[in-house]
Design a protein. Structure first.
Length: 130
């Protein structure tokens, strides 16, 4: 087994945790009146970014000739995922709300780990190409 696919496997698992978690255990706040806040849309966006990251990781497993470019795309997707909750899409104002206390830090950590794995994967892909 080539070493360059190991980061793709790790990224795939982390991306699934983000995608599924953003809708379940890492989800947005539940408002008492049943309305959706801005954090709901951040959670939905994280579902899309996590799904995209999982698809890129799966493509890196299947298409070895494009692996370096896919790792670069995964790194950029991770940056988008880090910036989505709180920067690109607003969250609730109170720091004690679920979106600020759980969703934002957890997804930042998961995307940062995926970003590191993308960098390692790109480096390994460059080494294997030589």
């Amino acid at each position: 087994m080539k070493k360059a696919i190991l980061p793709a496997i790790i990224i795939f698992v982390l991306a699934l945790v983000v995608a599924v978690g953003s809708q379940t255990f890492l989800g947005a706040c539940v408002h008492e009146d049943g309305s959706f806040g801005a954090c709901h849309w951040a959670s939905r966006a994280l579902l899309g970014v996590g799904g995209l990251l999982a698809a890129l990781a799966l493509a890196a497993l299947v298409v070895p000739s494009a692996r370096l470019g896919l790792y670069i795309a995964m790194a950029l997707t991770c940056v988008l995922g880090i910036l989505t909750p709180g920067t690109l899409i607003a969250l609730c104002q109170m720091a004690t709300m679920r979106c600020r206390a759980l969703m934002q830090p957890a997804t930042t950590i998961l995307f940062a780990l995926s970003l590191a794995a993308s960098a390692v994967g790109a480096w390994l892909s460059c080494r294997e190409a030589r």
